[in-house]
Design a binder for this molecule. Structure first.
Ligand code: ADP
Length: 746
């Protein structure tokens, strides 16, 4: 037994003991693989036409009998042959195993460079046969297009259609893409389309079909890192801008520890008693915690948050006079994302740039809840294991660890730890200079846009040319990162920029590849430890793909955010400090402590997410109830029934005057108008309550319980009003006036 096999078997044993559901045992999948491999040869002698006929037959079977398991073996053998003929690639056994796992609605952990894009084609094909649509959810727009175009020949060969959605596409283009058998799209675009559909007043403009089956690429990023933040569509509002400046000025006058305090991990701000008095005096609002001041309280909170917790070039950047949010995990600009509840505006005011109209939130949903709309969900990622509890808890997904096609020989060196940031940066620069002199490619992963820029600056001063990948240039990311494995390349990027794009040694030049291999392959340097070990592992995983050599090393200083926040410097005995010359701390206790902190923080983050989830799941249930009803009103019969039941006399009167078509159209618009208005108001109200609930001293009450209590009460009232108000308005219609006029007055 090799060392790595021994380690794997110890891991399995440990996991079984700890009650983990991660699967390492692959016999079940290998049996199916054997059956697939047995018919592969048979297919290779058939003509293209015969294969296409076979695909037609499978499709008919899938439509007639919805049990796809019965045709999995034939379908996968067929896809395998289609890939060989169209893309001239021979799928690896491990890819087929990953593909079986994903058909079963599980999460396949497959390392970087194992060919996940190709793997997804198998379950996408099989599940699309029933004609209900399959979505492959990608990490960004670029990958949606690239993967759809790359895999299109396989689908087309087998008689299936494929489409992709991009930001900026028209409704007709989107509809067309969603009507294809397989659609490649980012989870965010799919989510936004869901939101738009749910406030759409014309059946013709609804773009989605039912949510049948989704394959989530880079699943940890989409399902865990990005899942919490709500997707939002907003209209306009006219709130006085002046008020926002008053709020911002007030926040900037307040003093840490006197007027406000941070919680233990600097995630929230609380007013002190003095701060409370100051706010009440400044705003002249009476008790700031009074229920009529919920809105004010949440805006004070936003102003403080913007002033003291969010930092330019770390949490956000300013581009084209706009605030763009930087994703904490990816270091990239978070597409179309805003901070919720007025925080975005508070930042705009703080930065003194034109305040974008707040935009009343018309509808919003978190990605997490959106993804749960699919009847069947599966995913693939290089780092699933360490997020096992979250995948299970939030999506009920089991993880199967797929072995690599070729064993990984990357060397992960122990962390080097320094006392100060300055010493660390000096050591990193020396390391980059030494390595790049040999022409070995280096990829440096940093913690923020600002850090990337600073490092690049210093390197350039020393005459080292480097490419910088950060949130400000995301359109070039993929192109640059694909060249990061070339001879002499030095690439600096925020921790996961360019995800989804493979770094091939020497790009496609075989001679160069040989030379780089002899130099040791791609060298990855991490300049920070992230709160989540998973993110560090993603960075390491950029090197050592498909059995290539490679190495990784993290440089840490006791002044890094993670160490400061958890006061790790307290751990270092003075006698060690006294002996330091270049500041390097070669101490295993400190090294272990950093790893331990990551585990603690991951646990805490899980708890935070669970709490957030508790806040949102009830709202999602309510959304389901409301939107099911709303979508019924897109049909004439339901509208007719509503008014006959609630305003029969008026209905009959108007029917004679304006005719059925016009009457139903007016009636539908009134209903939808109130549904959308009440839902949007409801979201705003609940957001304000949530924003202020941690802020209120609840005398020992459970905030989640309090929130739910409000939610239930307000929603019950809403359900009554949402039917009463349209009826009242309908009854007020003046039958002598033109019905268009009624609309204008709504
Ligand atoms: P991942 O997403 O797993 O990191 P990709 O899907 O980007 O990997 O694929 C990485 C590279 O591997 C691509 O260039 C692809 O063409 C190649 N590849 C995938 N499958 C195979 C295969 N069976 N044989 C040869 N090359 C493959």
């Amino acid at each position: 037994m090799s060392l790595s096999e021994k380690l794997t078997s110890i891991k399995r044993y440990y996991h079984r003991l700890s009650g983990s559901t991660i699967e390492y045992e692959l016999t079940e999948y290998e049996n199916l693989l054997l059956q697939i491999n047995n018919i592969k040869n048979e297919l290779s002698s058939k003509s293209d036409f015969q294969l296409k006929e076979l695909s037609q037959k499978l499709k008919a079977d899938a439509v007639a009998n919805s049990n796809l398991e019965d045709i999995l073996v034939d379908a996968y053998a067929l896809v395998n042959e289609a890939i060989k003929r169209t893309l001239k690639l021979e799928p690896f056994d491990v890819q087929i195993i990953g593909a079986i796992v994903m058909h079963q609605g599980k999460l396949a952990e497959m390392q970087t460079g194992e060919g996940k894009t190709l793997t997804a084609v198998f379950p996408a094909y099989l599940n699309a046969l029933s004609g209900k649509g399959v979505h492959v959810l990608t990490f960004n727009d670029y990958l949606a297009r690239r993967d759809a175009e790359w895999m299109q020949p396989v689908y087309n060969f087998l008689g299936l259609s494929v489409g992709f959605v991009q930001e900026g596409m028209s409704i007709a283009e989107r509809k067309n893409a969603y009507d294809k058998d397989v659609t490649y799209i980012t989870a965010k675009e799919a989510g936004f389309d869901f939101l738009r559909d749910s406030i759409c007043s014309d059946k013709e403009n609804i773009v989605h079909r039912n949510f049948n089956y989704a394959i989530v690429d880079e699943a940890d990023s989409i399902m865990i890192d990005e899942a919490r933040i709500p997707l939002v569509i907003a209209g306009t509002s006219e709130e006085a801008i002046e008020n926002k400046y008053i709020m911002a000025r007030m926040a900037s006058q307040m003093k840490e520890n006197l007027d406000f305090e941070f919680d233990e991990y600097a995630r929230n701000i609380h007013l002190t008693e003095r701060g409370e008095k100051f706010v009440e005096w400044k705003l002249n609002c009476g008790n700031i915690y009074a229920s009529e001041n919920i809105d004010l309280l949440s805006r004070v909170n936003c102003a403080l948050h913007a002033e003291y917790l969010l930092h330019r070039d770390v949490d956000y950047i300013i581009r084209n006079e706009k605030v763009e949010l930087v994703d904490d995990f990816t270091g990239r600009v978070a597409y179309k994302r805003r901070w919720p509840d007025g925080l975005q505006e508070a930042i705009e005011v703080k930065e003194n740039i034109a305040v974008q109209s707040k935009g009343k939130i018309l509808n919003s949903i978190t990605l997490q809840h959106f993804l749960r709309l699919y009847s069947k969900l599966c995913g693939m990622t290089a780092t699933a294991e360490s997020a096992e509890r979250e995948f299970k808890e939030f999506y009920n997904l089991d993880i199967v660890v797929i072995p690599q096609n070729k064993p990984c020989i990357r060397i992960d060196y122990p962390d080097v730890i320094f006392q100060t940031k300055e010493q660390k940066t000096k050591a990193i620069i020396e390391e980059i200079i030494n390595i790049s002199q040999t022409k070995r490619p280096v990829l440096v992963g940093t913690g923020s846009v600002a850090e990337s820029a600073q490092l690049a600056d210093e390197l350039q001063k020393l005459g080292i040319a480097c490419e910088v990948l950060n949130a400000k240039r995301d359109e070039y990311e993929a192109g640059i990162i694909s060249m990061a494995g070339k001879l002499g390349a030095v690439t600096i990027s925020t921790n996961m920029a360019g995800r989804g794009t493979d770094i091939k040694l020497g790009a496609d030049d075989e001679n160069e590849k040989r030379e780089i291999k002899s130099l040791g392959g791609l060298y990855v340097i991490g300049t920070n430890k992230h709160e989540s070990k998973r993110i560090d592992d993603q960075l390491r995983g950029r090197s050592g793909r498909q059995g290539d050599p490679g190495s990784s090393r993290f440089f840490i200083s006791m002044e890094d955010d993670l160490c400061l926040r958890y006061k790790l410097d307290n751990l270092i005995p003075d006698r060690i400090i006294d002996r330091l010359e270049d500041g390097e701390i070669d101490n295993s206790i400190v090294r272990n402590e950093i790893n331990w902190v990551q585990r603690i923080v991951e646990g805490q983050n899980l708890e935070i997410k669970k709490t957030l989830y508790q806040y949102t799941f009830l709202i999602e249930e309510q959304r389901r109830v409301l939107f099911q009803k709303r979508s019924e009103y897109l049909n004439d019969e339901a509208v007719l029934e509503f008014y006959k039941e609630n305003a029969e006399e008026k209905f009959n009167l108007l029917l004679q005057k304006s005719g059925k078509d016009k009457l139903l159209s007016v009636g539908r618009h009134i209903l939808l108008y109130y549904y959308d208005l009440y839902w949007s108001n409801y979201l705003a109200q609940m957001a304000d309550i949530k924003e202020s609930i941690h802020f209120r001293r609840l005398g020992g009450q459970d905030p989640v319980y309090e929130y739910h209590k409000h939610a239930v009460e307000i929603f019950e009232n809403l359900q009554i009003k949402i039917e009463e108000d349209p009826t009242a308005i309908f009854n007020k219609i003046d039958s002598d006036k033109n019905s268009d006029f009624i609309f204008d007055s709504l």
